[in-house]
Design a protein around this ligand. Structure first.
Ligand code: DC
Length: 222
């Protein structure tokens, strides 16, 4: 029997950072599903596909690539057809196109199946947009992370700066707003608050506070 902690929320709510810390402290396998959609998107861009009209080609890519998530020295490393693309998948170009790629129902179907397979028989903490509603609606713990858009843009702006990704605050805010819209309005797999999910608003919380709050929720369910 596996134990599943499912976390959903918009970009910049702190999902990625908090999930990584909780995974380390509680011995859970961390699965970043956004990184998987980013891999498909990177492969599209590498093959010159920048247009949502080329849907069939995008689905073909989703079917044929191999995505692996490995944990090396406490870091989550993402491999696309054997190549470590952990940094490349965070580029401005990938971030701009990923919400379109991830809105294709067939791509989602392929990813959801892969996500369930990766989690099989393990104790996992999985984060994304549809984990509490589609991938694991019966997860042991379901969390919905929320935060005000300006605060989320501020966090993403600082994060990008540290990673050497050049984007102004205004560009970051615009990109996040666009992505929010797409994430909420997807025909399949749209971000929603799942039945039974605990909502945590992280706007005025530090990462440490968010982590402790979620750990407490998990411990109460274990
Ligand atoms: O969490 P992130 O910003 O790395 O996610 C990248 C994109 O992938 C984002 O636009 C939403 C999408 N996504 C999704 O549709 N479903 C998921 N389970 C995870 C991410």
């Amino acid at each position: 029997m596996s134990f599943v902690v499912a976390i959903d929320g918009l970009a910049g709510t702190g999902k990625g950072t908090v999930t990584k810390l909780i995974a380390e402290e509680m011995g859970l396998v961390n699965i970043d599903t956004g990184a998987m959609y980013r891999c498909i998107t990177l492969e599209c861009i590498n093959r010159g596909i920048y247009n949502i009209e080329q849907k069939e080609k995008i689905i073909q890519i989703a079917r044929s690539v191999e995505i692996k998530i490995e944990h090396i020295d406490g870091n989550q490393e993402i491999f696309l057809d054997g190549k470590n693309v952990s940094k490349e998948i965070r580029s401005k170009e990938v971030s701009a196109f990923v919400s379109y790629v991830s809105s294709i129902p067939e791509v989602r179907e392929i990813m959801v199946e892969l996500q369930r397979k990766i989690a099989e028989g393990k104790d996992v903490i999985m984060e994304g947009r549809d984990i509490t509603t589609v991938v694991f609606p019966n997860a042991d713990v379901k969390i919905y992370l929320d935060a005000e858009v300006e605060e989320r843009a501020n966090r993403r702006y600082k994060e990008n700066k540290e990673k050497g990704i050049e984007m102004t605050y205004e560009e970051t805010l615009e990109a996040i707003k666009k992505r929010d819209y797409n994430d909420i309005h997807k025909p399949v797999g749209a971000l929603k608050i799942a039945d039974g999910a605990t909502i945590v608003d992280t706007t005025h919380m530090t990462i440490e506070e968010v982590k402790e709050k979620i750990k407490q929720i998990i411990l109460n369910k274990k």
